[in-house]
Write a protein that binds this ligand. Structure first.
Ligand code: NAD
Length: 381
């Protein structure tokens, strides 16, 4: 069978779902690989690189969709792409079926089998396909780079002949995948890092990365982690007040604040309020990774960088993985390749879409003319 990757058409998207390296691995599974001309250019993979890796470069997206049995992409399909799908074709990308019901119905009408990379169950066996984590890891790292680029001082403390420089203080709010990556990047640059999360079980992870867990003296009744799949549940109003009080206390001291707090299926909780920004020193930076879901900071404008009245820069970019296209394409294409490995147990270049397999079943949104989203919960952890 043939697997092909078209050029992303969403404006500003620079990632690509197949790299020359992932194509070599896909060929080992028995697949023939196709790429649309120029599809890797924005991530710095040239058509020549693909040709050298044995990939056939196809001149147009239309030709690619026609020739490929499996289409692998980063972004959900746009209307033109849906029109090109056909019966029995497998389509793999981030799809967000809960938010894209119409798209899912349209792809199903075409008879395509949709695998949503965002629906891969977060169980140990599927970590190699966990594209959400791959992208969150990059976003967390890049948030620190963006902060550094907009902060006029060193992260690390120094004693030089020209004077003593204190280390920057960084607060990370939300220590999931992105938050932990931000902690790792900021500590490695020498900053003093503080981190807070509503899930107390992450305190150990925060401390093991050299940051200080911001402790709240408040006894919140804990939700069983198993009920929420390891994710956070909304906090009580009392807990939230205590949390905001703590942030107000920290605000004048923190040079950089990176917010990543999310609760599945809800708008981002507002945690860094306007009055906290007003308490920050001029030159401080807030990077809000929750911008796409409304932002954790009151003042965040999605996709923009703004400066508050008191000189605090607030960054709401929603394309952080795309700003590191080579790295994110490498990780994402590896996640896709692992998905293809599980879909090709015989390594014979033929898809075995095994709906008995928890991971494949979990990620499949449409199959053989049926909507298969939402999936049943996975049987194993
Ligand atoms: P996420 O992006 O949904 O949320 C980011 C973080 O925000 C979470 O740590 C959450 O606790 C935190 N948060 C929510 N409300 C908050 C508030 N009011 N104040 C402060 N923090 C708040 O989460 P994620 O990064 O996708 O993952 C969260 C967890 O999921 C992981 O830490 C892990 O336990 C689990 N996970 C498991 C796997 C796996 O394969 N086993 C993979 C990825 C994630």
């Amino acid at each position: 069978m043939r697997i092909g990757t078209p050029k992303e058409i969403f404006e500003g998207e620079t990632r690509v779902a197949m790299t020359p390296a992932s194509a070599l691995e896909l060929q080992k599974l028995g697949y023939e690989c196709l790429i649309e001309k120029g599809a890797g250019a924005a991530a710095r993979f040239s058509d020549e690189d693909y040709k050298d890796a044995g990939v056939t470069v196809v001149p147009t997206a239309a030709a690619l969709f026609k020739q490929a049995d499996i289409v692998a992409k980063v972004r959900p399909p746009e209307e033109t792409e849906i029109k090109r799908l056909r019966k029995g074709q497998t389509f793999i990308s981030f799809f967000y079926p809960a938010q894209n019901e119409e798209l899912m119905n349209a792809a199903n009408k075409k008879g395509a089998h949709v695998i949503a990379m965002d629906m891969v169950p977060r169980i140990s066996r599927a970590q190699k396909m966990d594209a959400l984590s791959s992208m969150a890891n990059i976003a967390g790292y890049r948030a620190v780079m963006e902060a550094g680029n907009n902060f006029g001082r060193f992260f690390t403390g120094q004693v030089t002949a020209a004077g003593k420089v204190p280390p920057a203080k960084v607060l990370v709010v939300g220590a999931g995948v992105a938050g932990l990556a931000a902690i790792g990047a900021a500590t490695s640059l020498g900053a003093m890092v503080y981190a807070f999360d509503v899930r107390p079980e992450v305190a150990e992870q925060i401390e093991s990365m050299g940051a200080e867990f911001v402790f709240l003296d408040f006894d919140e009744e804990q939700t069983d982690g198993a009920e929420t799949g390891g994710y956070a549940a909304p906090s009580s109003p009392e807990f939230r007040e205590k949390q905001l009080e703590k942030f107000r206390e920290l605000a004048p001291e923190m040079d950089i604040v990176i917010t990543t707090a999310l609760i599945p299926g809800r708008d981002a909780p507002k945690l860094w309020l306007e009055d906290m920004v007003a308490l920050q020193k001029p030159g401080s930076v807030v990077v809000d990774l929750a911008a796409e879901r409304g932002g954790n900071c009151d003042l965040t404008v999605a996709d923009e960088k703004i400066v508050s009245k008191n000189g605090v820069t607030i960054i709401g970019y929603t394309d952080l993985p795309s700003r590191m296209a080579a790295q994110s394409s490498t990780l994402y294409s590896t996640n896709i390749r692992h998905m293809m490995t599980d879909l090709t147990p015989e390594k014979d270049g033929q898809i075995n879409h095994n709906m008995e397999d928890d991971v494949i079943r979990g990620a499949t949104a449409t199959f053989e003319g049926d909507i298969t989203f939402p999936p049943p919960p996975p049987k194993v952890a």
